[in-house]
Design a protein around this ligand. Structure first.
Ligand code: HEC
Ligand code: HEC
Ligand code: HEC
Length: 466
């Protein structure tokens, strides 16, 4: 009897301690003052949340991270956390309310909506870190406002102003005289060593701006190492190439002419010498540019590429308010595209092209591919040599995706169904019924747009080949 009493007392005491701790934790964990600007409130939530403890390179661990067991736990946490996102850049935008990348914005919004972050075992130690209802509401309202301020390009209908994807512009301002020169140069085989290849050889504008090969072959049949992306809408990419080694289209255009396995010219001087022999072209060129040089030639090509936009897809019509432009299946595909978090990385005007992402977040893509790792598989790592960048690729845009098979940097995914299934498996770690994959593919097919008012087609893809 007595022992029972004692037992009840102990349990009651423990319960009391828990309740007191719980209440203290709640009191300690206050939402930031409403007097702060929305972005500073978010900054405070991220600070309290200890997000940079794990999502920073190197991580900013708390003091107790030096303890033996904790050390290993946190180290593995940080490795996984960093694969998902390094928040340091996004964090610095909050202090000045400058635009945060859309992908980071989406990711933070997801984690807070689904209450996955910070991990529960972290909140147990850090009472201020848990995202309470008040904090969640504050952060989600900031995210919405942020998207409206910085990413609403004014083209979407009212009800679609806060979507992660925006309609594409019909055109962007260009210098038409440079565009004309650039278009000629884009189709000019004199950029290649043996006058056999132009940019258009691998980026044929009548075949959706790419070649539908697993990897592109260069001069003299030199075998390429990587799949060729389309040139359409590439102006929207935050950097060019899978590994981001060019910052602008002009900078990009300087690469292929001298690349030994692409156009293989020895130097721009060699190209310019050939072009100079063409009196008519030289005259036209010098009317626009003071001289013919690597920088003016690539500038003209870059200017031309700004015109390679493909507006007016059925999806754009839908976002602009024509709700009949998509079928029920296609709309459901778009909803799945968002709910499965595809739109987190594939967001913005071109549904991608805004960040580098780790390939194989949920499962090891390269181990299962079954072929040797190549230098190109390093992705961004090839340029920086930083372990953080290993297997990180610029996210490809998805406009006109139905026409640009095969997919992935290694060209391993033959069909759109394959690519979508692989994304679900390796990036998200979810398995979904076939009909959902079908719906997502149906949605992706609505992203085919028009070039110069004519729907883009591609005679060489299997989806259009009969
Ligand atoms: C103790 C370390 C730790 C802290 C603190 C932490 N995270 Fe994470 N975070 C992780 C780990 C580990 C993963 C990977 C989870 C996985 O792969 O299952 C992750 C994944 C994520 C992801 C992608 C997956 C998802 O759940 O959406 C986002 C976004 C994210 N964290 C944001 C945040 C934010 C915002 C905070 C602060 C509120 C935060 N994290 C705090 C360790 C941490
Ligand atoms: C031999 C085939 C070939 C030729 C010729 C060629 N390219 Fe490419 N292009 C590729 C491949 C392959 C890639 C991807 C390479 C990489 O990311 O490392 C690429 C990438 C690009 C990209 C980046 C797109 C993106 O989404 O990152 C642009 C833009 C581009 N090429 C334009 C051009 C221009 C302009 C020329 C002519 C000066 C040209 N290409 C000549 C095969 C070619
Ligand atoms: C974490 C970021 C991320 C998420 C989430 C994501 N993707 Fe991707 N996606 C990528 C990256 C990176 C690649 C490039 C892979 C490669 O080159 O090997 C890619 C490639 C693709 C491609 C092939 C594009 C091409 O031109 O080769 C398609 C199609 C695609 N994703 C669709 C989806 C769909 C559908 C979902 C949701 C089920 C999704 N993605 C989720 C990052 C992501």
């Amino acid at each position: 009897m007595k022992r029972n009493h004692l037992f009840i007392k102990i349990v009651a005491a423990i319960l009391l301690v828990i309740i007191v701790l719980f209440i203290t934790a709640r009191l300690v964990n206050k939402a930031p003052s409403k007097e702060l600007s929305a972005s500073l409130q978010t900054k405070a939530i991220i600070d309290d949340g200890g997000c940079l403890a794990c999502h920073n390179d190197p991580p900013k661990f708390p003091w107790y991270a030096k303890l033996p067991v904790v050390k290993n736990m946190l180290a593995s946490d940080a490795a996984n956390a960093l694969k998902q996102i390094n928040l340091s850049e996004a964090y610095t935008t909050l202090a000045t309310n400058s635009p945060m990348g859309q992908v980071a914005l989406n990711k933070i919004e997801n984690a807070v909506t689904h209450q996955t972050m910070p991990p529960a075992r972290f909140s147990v130690m850090h009472w201020k870190s848990k995202i309470t209802k008040a904090k969640r509401e504050s952060l989600l309202s900031w995210a919405k406002g942020h998207r409206l301020t910085f990413y609403n390009n004014g083209l979407a209908a009212e009800e679609f102003r806060n979507e992660p994807v925006q309609p594409i512009q019909d055109s962007i301002p260009v210098d038409v005289r440079k565009v004309i020169l650039g278009e000629m140069l884009f189709h000019d085989v004199r950029l290649s060593l043996d006058n056999t290849l132009s940019c258009a050889s691998c980026h044929d504008l009548t075949t959706a701006g790419m070649d539908n090969e697993i990897v592109s072959d260069g001069v003299g049949g030199a075998v390429g190492q990587i799949n060729s992306p389309t040139v359409y809408n590439s102006v929207y990419n935050f950097v060019q190439f899978w590994d981001g080694r060019a910052n602008t289209l002009a900078e990009q255009a300087a690469g292929p002419p001298l690349n030994p396995i692409e156009m293989a010219s020895k130097s721009f001087d060699q190209i310019i010498e050939k072009l100079r022999q063409d009196k008519a072209f030289t005259k036209a060129f010098l009317e626009v540019y003071p001289e013919m040089s690597e920088s003016t030639i690539t500038d003209a090509i870059g200017e031309f590429e700004k015109t390679l936009l493909t507006p007016n897809s059925r999806f754009d019509k839908y976002l602009k308010g024509d709700l009949t432009a998509l079928s029920a299946q296609e709309i459901s595909g778009y909803e799945l595209f968002k709910s499965h978090e595809c739109a987190t990385c594939h967001s913005g005007v071109t549904l991608g092209g805004q960040s580098y992402e780790y390939l194989g977040l949920a499962q090891d893509y390269f181990a299962e591919r079954g072929t040797d790792i190549t230098e190109e598989d390093g992705g961004r790592f090839k340029q920086t040599g930083k372990q953080y960048d290993m297997h990180r690729f610029k996210v490809p845009g998805l406009r006109n995706i139905a026409l640009t098979e095969p997919y992935f940097h290694d060209g391993t995914q033959k069909s759109l169904e394959d690519a979508v299934s692989a994304m679900l498996k390796y990036q998200l770690g979810v398995s979904v019924p076939d009909n959902e994959i079908g719906d997502i593919v149906a949605f992706l097919k609505t992203l085919t747009g028009e070039y110069k008012g004519i729907p883009l087609t591609n005679g060489t893809t299997s989806s259009t080949r009969k």
